[in-house]
Design a protein around this ligand. Sequence first.
Ligand SMILES: C[S@@+](CC[C@H](N)C(=O)[O-])C[C@H]1O[C@@H](n2cnc3c(N)ncnc32)[C@H](O)[C@@H]1O
Length: 235
Amino acid sequence: MANRLCRESKEQLVRDMFSRIAPVYDIVNRLMSWGQDMRWRRVAVNLACPEQGRVLDVATGTGDLALELARHTNSVVGLDFCPEMIKLGRLKAGRKKMAGQIDFILGDALTLPFESDSFDCALNGFVLRNVSDVNLFLSELRRVVKPGGRVICLELVKPQHGAIGALYRFYLCRIVPLLGRWVSGDKKAYRYLPDSVNNFVNIAEFQNTMKRIGFHRVDYRSLSRGTVAVHIGVK
Ligand SMILES: C[S@@+](CC[C@H](N)C(=O)[O-])C[C@H]1O[C@@H](n2cnc3c(N)ncnc32)[C@H](O)[C@@H]1O
């Protein structure tokens, strides 16, 4: 009971936050990442090898990962539980003449409304820290991909020790909240971002979680001097 309440309150908090920042979400991403976030998504998509398959982008937000996938395959499903984010994704796909390739669906990543073994691969970007139950999230991803299919998770990495780690920590914890607040006018949302990165598990722990859930050939690719990781697992 207490767990369920905790889970529901985190989901509510996350959904409310993304509905508030939806209009500025893309621009803050570009600014915060110094224009690198689209490159990170391209790497994730290339590792998924989605050619000609049916592909799922879970927690698609404003659809940037789904749009990148749609350059490789005609059958992309983008799911998110925040109507404001998904609405912007649909508009963007329309503007880019890709609306016919992406099916945007409102739904919960923890109870995916799809049959088992129904996707060739599944991806997600920057959502691991936001879900209330990572084990359930990964189990659902594993359930809906076909045997042999890949699951790819793109995520920010918790700052490590050393000079790069210290610089990254300073940028993430001091500069990002100021930048986010300045552009969005939202005090809480971009304070939540560094907190969620710092509270998330490290790469080795996440890989162990993937293995425990039943993924094979678990691996990762490190990007932007170890500040971002693309995790890979095969069903
Ligand atoms: C940081 S954004 C990432 C959006 C997108 N993947 C990208 O690459 O920009 C996180 C997204 O996860 C969504 N989200 C968080 N928890 C979710 C859940 N349980 N089910 C569906 N969507 C969820 C939020 O609504 C938000 O759009």
